[in-house]
Design a protein around this ligand. Structure first.
Ligand code: HEM
Length: 414
């Protein structure tokens, strides 16, 4: 294992930031990079190189400059470079045409249409149901003695709620939940991901059939709302609705799972902050969950961006077509922007974290994840006051990967 805090930085060029042991505590290395090399060449598995940006102002600059740092690599690469880029299978290509895969007017168009369907009132209507789901999951967990806070609790809330919002029939929820495990594995890449390809194909077929059904028989759910959403004579095609559902489903659940589970681990690690939150929920729940969003940063990096032309960030030259990784977790610990940035403070007032991104791709689901996070965490604190880690802290494992940062499991007892 390389010594990330002592070895000369030049010998760490190309360091792979996706390993599980690095994910356990990347923050000291990020602090070093902010101080010494704020734009650093890293690898994100299978030899893919990118520039990791770690200072708050630079990360914000990358996220906001959507003309220069684009999502669609085709805009940033030459025809020859594109020919060398691995092709994704045709049946999955439609999925790329989602909010996080397009730029400019194509993005603006999708955003206008999805905002017509995914409204604040649709989210707010989920409050009671979220409480019911959290209560039921906790009851089941507590009845077992010890349980996995990730799979048995944190995952249950966003998966059930997004299925409800979308309008996935109850009889299909079990299958839907099984496919979520395929998603988690796919996110990790490699051979294991290939094993889940058949599940993905079935999932796509399932969504396509659901979209068709809603087109003929609309109901009071998000899929129907997406199908009928229009701006003038413009509306979403079937492929675009499928891609949107796919994105809402995947972007929505993994991140919120991480907020709830890693957030609780952060509280276990800081018993005095846990006590503050538990003893005065009215004063601290909102600021406390917002602080957990900053502190654990469920999406450690923004999704991929490519430089559209030769440029510099913090004085470092970045070539056209290069991959640029906006280090949100690193930016969220930047002392230049947060007082005592490395400390967890559930009463933090000034908290302009970047956890939901910034600029045109700002997270569509931020209000939903706040609602889910607040209810899920408050339920644990209120109803399981003795909840604690079951087993040694050292046994906690993190998932490999680069965009998300989350736990494999978290065994707890009440
Ligand atoms: C704690 C939970 C969440 C976190 C930390 C989070 C984080 C983020 C971040 C960082 C981005 C910007 C990515 C980029 O610019 O590359 C983003 C975008 C997005 N998120 Fe979330 N997210 C969360 C929950 C959700 C939920 C619950 C949903 C939907 C149900 C959702 C849907 C989306 C969508 C659709 C986008 C793309 C927006 C666009 O490109 O215009 N997210 N999210």
């Amino acid at each position: 294992m390389q010594d990330l805090l002592r070895e000369p930085l030049a010998s760490l060029h190309g360091f792979d930031v996706t390993g599980a042991s690095f994910k356990a505590d990347p923050f000291p290395f990020y602090a070093r990079l902010r101080a010494e090399a704020p734009v650093f060449p890293v690898t994100i598995g299978r030899g893919r190189r990118g520039w990791l940006v770690t200072r708050y102002d630079d990360v914000l600059g990358v996220l906001k400059n959507d003309e220069l740092f684009v999502k669609n690599p085709a805009l940033a690469r030459t025809a020859a470079e594109l020919r060398k880029t691995p092709r994704i299978p045709a049946m999955f290509r439609a999925l790329e045409q989602n909010l996080l895969g397009v730029d400019g007017t194509a993005h603006e168009r999708l955003k206008v249409l999805v905002h017509k369907a995914f409204t604040p009132s649709r989210v707010e209507r989920m409050r009671e149901e979220t409480q019911l789901v959290a209560d039921a999951a906790l009851d089941r967990g507590l009845s077992k003695g010890s349980f996995d806070l990730v799979a048995d609790y944190a995952l249950q809330v966003p998966v059930t709620i997004i299925s409800r919002i979308l309008g996935v029939p109850i009889s299909d929820r079990e299958r839907f939940a099984k496919w979520t495990r395929a998603f988690l594995a796919l996110g990790q890449g490699g051979a294991a991901a290939l094993l889940h390809l058949p599940s993905m194909i079935r999932f796509m077929g399932f969504i396509r059939r659901l979209v068709e059904r809603r087109r003929h028989q609309p109901q009071d759910d998000l899929i129907s709302a997406l199908v009928v959403a229009h701006e003038g004579s413009d509306s979403l095609t079937n492929d675009e609705v499928v891609a949107m559902i796919f994105l809402l489903f995947s972007a929505g659940h993994e991140t919120t799972v991480n907020l709830i589970a890693s957030g609780m681990l952060a509280l276990f690690d800081h018993p005095e902050e846990l006590a503050r939150l538990r003893n005065d929920e009215r004063a601290f729940l909102k600021t406390g969950v917002e602080e957990l969003v900053r502190y654990v940063t469920p999406a450690e990096m923004a999704s991929e961006r490519y430089a559209r032309e030769d440029t510099t960030v913090a004085g470092v030259p970045i070539g056209r077509g290069n991959l640029v990784l906006a280090g949100i977790a690193a930016a969220n610990r930047d002392e230049a922007h947060f007082e005592r940035a490395e400390h967890l403070d559930v009463g933090r007032r000034e908290n302009r974290h970047l956890s939901f991104g910034q600029g045109v791709h700002y997270c569509l689901g931020a209000p939903l994840s706040r609602l889910e996070g607040q209810i899920a965490i408050a339920t644990l604190l209120r109803r399981a006051p003795g909840l604690k880690l079951h087993g040694p802290r050292g046994r906690v494992r993190w998932r490999p990967g680069y965009i998300l940062r989350g736990l494999v499991s978290l065994e707890v007892s009440g």
